[in-house]
Structure formats: C-alpha cells, structure tokens
Design a protein around this ligand. Sequence first.
Ligand code: HEC
Length: 160
Amino acid sequence: MSRIVKQLVFGVVLGVFVISHQDSSGKMRAEIVRSEPQAKKILGNQPAKPSAKEHPGKAAYTKYCLVCHQANGSGVPGMFPPVGKGSWAGKDPKELVLIITKGLNGKIEVNGEVYKSAMPAQSQLTDQEIADVLTYIRSDFGNNFGAVSVDLVKKVRSGK
Ligand code: HEC
C-alpha cells in the first residue's frame, strides 16, 4: 500500500472510532438520566441523614465569639482569655450576661493569667442567642455548668 492509502485508511478508522464512541457515551448518558427516577422509587425520597445534633449556641459562638476566644475556647494567652475550663464561664450567670451586653474591660485574671484588654459589648445578639451562647460555653470546652435561661437574659437586660 502506498503511504497515502495507509494514511487514508487510518483516517477512516479513526473517524469511525470517534463517531462510535460519541454515540455510545451519548446513549449511556441517556440511560443514567432515565434510571434516576427509578433509583428514587427504590430508595424512596429519603431526606439526607441529619448530622449529629449541634448545640444551638454553637452557631452564635462561631459567629460572635470565636474570632477572639478561638474555636476550642482556649483564647489567646495575654490577649483574649479562655472560656474553657477554669475560666469565668462558671461564674454567676447574671455577670456573664452583663459581660455580653456591656462588654468588659480592665485588668482581670483568668486561669492564673492576667488580661488587661477590652471586650466590646456584643449587644447585637438577641436574648435567645445570649442564653444559647452562654449555655454553650458553660457546657462545652471542658465546662459543666447549668444552662442560662432566656428569662434571666431578659431580666438582666432590662436592668431588673
Ligand atoms: C473582639 C474580641 C472578643 C469578642 C468578639 C468576644 N470577646 Fe469575650 N473577651 C474578650 C476580652 C479581651 C476579654 C477580657 C477583657 C478584659 O481584659 O477585661 C473577654 C472576656 C470574656 C469573658 C470573661 C473572662 C473569661 O474568659 O472567662 C467571657 C465569659 C467572655 N469574654 C465571653 C464571650 C462570649 C460568649 C462572646 C461571644 C458572644 C465573646 N466573649 C466575644 C474579647 C472578646
């Protein structure tokens, strides 16, 4: 065979290969689409498995506190005090509500470390969020203190 003929034959074979492949993949896609409703029928329209239940205060903590007090509640030595074990999380809940609504500044000692810093008031939080976030830090990060109720937050906020 001359080179030209060989190249021609190769070209044709390649062309047929490409076309047949496009065909079969097209068909395959159609089959997958068709089988989806069937799969749903077999499996049922099950909702996605709910993830392990998260404490309602975790969302507020992540949004309003984590930036300073850190994801694990450790704080940053010398700058932001911890909210975990040995912190003020176990103090009188009224005092904790005031820290959130009024902020805190001045020299304080937490877990043997001195802080001379300032926490801005987090008064944008709703009463519910304050109750949730305080309950969260009191029951996580190695703490085991009682919940803080919305009623208490309301009372402290209204100055009663
Ligand atoms: C901008 C940084 C910042 C944010 C945001 C912040 N804090 Fe603080 N927090 C501080 C600082 C700084 C102090 C210590 C203030 C001082 O030195 O007088 C503090 C003190 C505290 C204390 C008392 C001391 C201790 O660590 O036990 C608690 C409790 C506390 N914060 C909880 C929270 C909670 C809950 C939130 C979120 C709603 C929050 N903080 C948001 C910076 C922050």
